[in-house]
Design a protein around this ligand. Structure first.
Ligand code: FAD
Ligand code: SF4
Ligand code: SF4
Length: 449
């Protein structure tokens, strides 16, 4: 998929020769191997490229086993019903940095956590994405070894880049303790190969992810939003049903979701990977930093002891409070499912007269699902979408690709697995949980003193 064109390899070669600034290096990465459903997480570029067969979220993921490996237990809705939607967690919070970081997507909790790790000497390097110097919307994998380098990584870029291919250059550079900031398909693959990597410690800071697309396609979208798309510096799909745009001259603009020019986008604007991805909230990260359930603030899921350790690093720099919830999701999800089925593989367009759209756009942030209910809504929509698109485009993959919890999420909407679709039994081999919910120390050596 992304990243295999010769032009890209030339670009990477050129960047390698750039001087190291603020502790940021852009190692030369091998080319991607050809794969089917693939977001080029980087594994196919590593020496054991065959690991894709067991590490890939798009083949036969085993969430219960990896959740147990990473957090000490699998998601348990009996403990907290929200674990069915959001995966295992210890604490869920609304949060913001008291002083928002300039250039951050929200207030910058994600990059500040990594900056703190570098400041404290708890890690030698952070593996993350910076904007490509030739295209600010294109993610470029970088190794950052100095706290001041983290500022360059702030903000969200649309597209894929081979984050995990940085693991081998990081090890070769002698880094023993690392942090990784990744999206769910990258984190799933990381957790699958983590035990083989030989690092002493890996902190995993995850963000949710949905509706990603190639950077090239994203430029088409920007061109539909503004006559001068190059001047757009920021875009976010907010939880109040508005897309926020910021411009180089300081202007800001919001567009209601219902007024987006979706009908003008090509049918395959969102690749099948992102239409069938089963992990919205990054359930295998130590801490997930998103915004979905934050009602205008950020949203944190502290998933294990390592995640708690990360959050503690922020001390009183961060304001936190309990998340809240309002509205009801069932009708919104039912409507989305009907639109997705009607769209026959394309984008889910709403059947709604133009004059009704402004009224519904006004109503949604006021009476629609908000806070935690908005998070649950989006997770259920994504689960419905995965079932519909896989049934249409890759029916044989359903039994391996869709975990049991996804079927539980879609059951209230009448979607149940047929005889050929029910989840295939996994190996049953569950890795031993680690007492603090962190990764098993036997595989990674002792934590630093
Ligand atoms: C494609 C995409 C879709 C997302 N969709 C949702 C969503 O639906 N709901 C939700 O709650 N959150 C979503 N997020 C996460 C959200 O945009 C914020 O990144 C997150 O809330 C953290 O904000 P922050 O201010 O703490 O981040 P910052 O401190 O600004 O740091 C952002 C971090 O994200 C990394 N990053 C940026 N772009 C990419 C990329 N393409 N691939 C990998 N890493 C990247 C940066 O390198 C940086 O480390 C999405 C992120 C991406 C990349
Ligand atoms: S593991 Fe990564 S590189 Fe391999 S097929 Fe999956 S997404 Fe692609
Ligand atoms: S939507 Fe899923 S598959 Fe697509 S980039 Fe995000 S995490 Fe990966």
């Amino acid at each position: 998929m992304a990243g295999v064109a010769p032009r890209r390899r030339v670009t990477i070669e050129r960047k390698r020769q750039a001087p190291v600034q603020n502790g940021i290096t852009t190692p030369q990465l091998p080319p991607a191997a050809p794969r089917g459903l693939c977001t080029d997480c980087g594994i196919s570029r590593m020496s054991n490229a065959k690991a894709c067969g067991t590490a890939c979220q798009f083949i036969a993921p085993d969430y219960p086993a990896l959740e147990t490996q990473v957090h000490g237990r699998a998601r348990d809705p009996a403990r907290n019903p929200d674990e069915l939607h959001f995966g295992p967690f210890r604490t869920m919070l609304r949060a913001r940095l008291k002083t928002p970081a300039e250039g951050a997507q929200w207030t910058g909790i994600t990059t500040r956590l990594a900056e703190k790790l570098l400041e404290a000497g708890a890690v030698d390097a952070v593996l993350t994405m910076a904007p490509d110097p030739e295209d600010k919307w294109k993610p470029m994998p970088v190794l950052i070894t100095r706290p001041e380098g983290m500022a360059a990584a702030r903000g969200m870029r649309m597209g894929y880049a081979p984050l995990l291919a940085l693991l081998e250059p990081a090890a070769a550079a002698g880094h023993k303790r690392i942090a990784i900031i990744g999206i769910p398909c990258q984190v799933y693959a990381l957790r699958s190969i983590e035990a083989t990597l030989g690092f002493e410690r890996i902190f995993v800071i995850g963000t949710p992810c949905s509706d990603n697309t190639t950077t090239e396609s994203f430029h088409q979208f920007l061109a539909l939003l503004d006559e001068n798309p190059d001047s757009i510096t920021y875009l976010e799909f907010r939880a109040d049903y508005q897309v926020e745009l910021r411009f180089a001259d300081g202007r800001q603009r919001t567009i209601p979701f219902l007024a987006l020019p979706i009908s003008q986008l090509p049918k395959d604007f969102f690749p099948l990977t992102c239409r069938t991805c089963v992990d919205y909230t990054n359930v295998l990260a130590d801490i997930t930093v998103g915004y979905m359930a934050g009602r205008g603030e950020q949203w944190l899921l502290v998933r294990n002891a390592r995640g708690a350790e990360l959050l503690a690093l922020l001390g009183d720099e961060i304001h936190t409070e309990a998340p809240t919830s309002a509205g009801k999701r069932a009708n919104a999800v039912k409507g989305f499912l009907a639109n997705t089925e009607r769209a026959a593989g394309g984008l889910p367009l709403r059947r709604m007269p133009d004059w009704v759209r402004p009224i519904v756009s006004w109503l949604m942030p006021r009476i629609g699902p908000r806070g935690l209910e908005f998070g649950r809504t989006r997770v259920e929509m994504k689960a419905c979408e995965s079932v519909v698109h896989l049934r249409r485009e890759h029916p044989a993959r359903l039994k391996n690709m869709l975990p049991e919890h996804v079927w539980k999420l879609v059951a209230p909407y009448g979607l149940t697995p047929g005889p050929e679709e029910a989840p295939a039994p996994r190996s049953g081999k569950k890795p031993a949980p680690h007492a603090d919910g962190a990764t098993a120390p036997a595989r990674h050596g002792p934590p630093p003193g």
